[in-house]
Design a binder for this molecule. Structure first.
Ligand code: DX5
Ligand code: ZN
Length: 233
């Protein structure tokens, strides 16, 4: 049973798709385009086969915008880095369930530091990985591509996971947001919203668009009756 969030879908452009040599104007452009959050992909070259940036990038971007900074740690041993990214200005700090044994302890550390904790799962990880912490998190990031790179095609099977997670959330009386991350585009956004995602991360669909404002609006308002179905993509 699909669950469409009744509140406004939040759009979080991922700066992975922006020009790192001009990150200031990218942040400004995303803000002017109507972005709700800024998504920052931290990659260590071990948990994922790509390397991006450290806490200083977050701290420098913090000086440029009031928008919530949604920091996504795709790193091994995330517990070694939490406070560095929190002190840099992260509003949401999300780490991968697959990278940590003591998930609940890290959630407590993030929350005790005044930051909003999130836990992410890759496409092959079932929703069960989140079942014991549904009431402890503010964000569940469901990867809709295999992590490491932007510009990939959304994995349709991940949408069913979200429908299941929405049901688990209501059964638990929890109130965390559910975020789609990877392959979100005007063609796939409607199915993501219909599946129950509250937040859509979009890198190439926003920073690759000639009209970023139009792209953000399309992602936020995409509906099934005006989008192609999943099976012909
Ligand atoms: C991938 C990252 C995503 C990615 C999204 O590992 O977590 O946030 O930047 O990029 P697009 O929207 O281009 O798939
Ligand atoms: Zn991400």
């Amino acid at each position: 049973m699909a669950f469409m969030s009744s509140v406004r879908t939040l759009i979080a452009p991922s700066i992975l798709a922006a020009d790192f040599a001009r990150i200031g104007s990218a942040i400004e452009a995303a803000e002017q385009a109507g972005a709700d959050w800024i998504h920052l992909d931290v990659m260590d070259g071990h948990f994922v086969p790509n390397l991006t940036f450290g806490p200083k990038m977050v701290a420098d971007i913090r000086k440029l915008t009031e928008l919530p900074l949604d920091v996504h740690l795709m790193v091994d041993n995330p517990g070694e880095l939490l406070e560095k990214y929190i002190d840099a200005g992260a509003d949401y700090l999300t780490f991968h369930a697959e990278a940590e044994t003591h998930i609940h302890r890290l959630i407590q550390r993030i929350r005790n530091a005044g930051c909003r904790p999130g836990v992410a799962i890759v496409p092959s990880t079932p929703i069960d990985a989140l079942s014991c912490i549904l009431s402890d998190i503010d964000l569940a990031l469901v990867m809709t591509v295999n992590p490491g790179f932007g510009g990939q095609t959304l994995i349709e099977g991940c949408l069913r996971k979200v429908e299941e997670l929405c049901e688990e959330r209501s059964k638990a009386g929890a109130s965390f947001l559910i975020e789609a991350d990877g392959g979100v585009s005007p063609e796939t956004a409607a199915r993501c919203r219909h599946a129950g995602f509250d937040v859509l991360v979009a890198g190439s669909a926003v920073f690759g668009a000639s009209d970023m404002e139009r792209a953000v609006a399309q992602l936020r308002t995409a509906s099934l009756d005006s989008s192609p179905t999943g099976d012909d993509t």
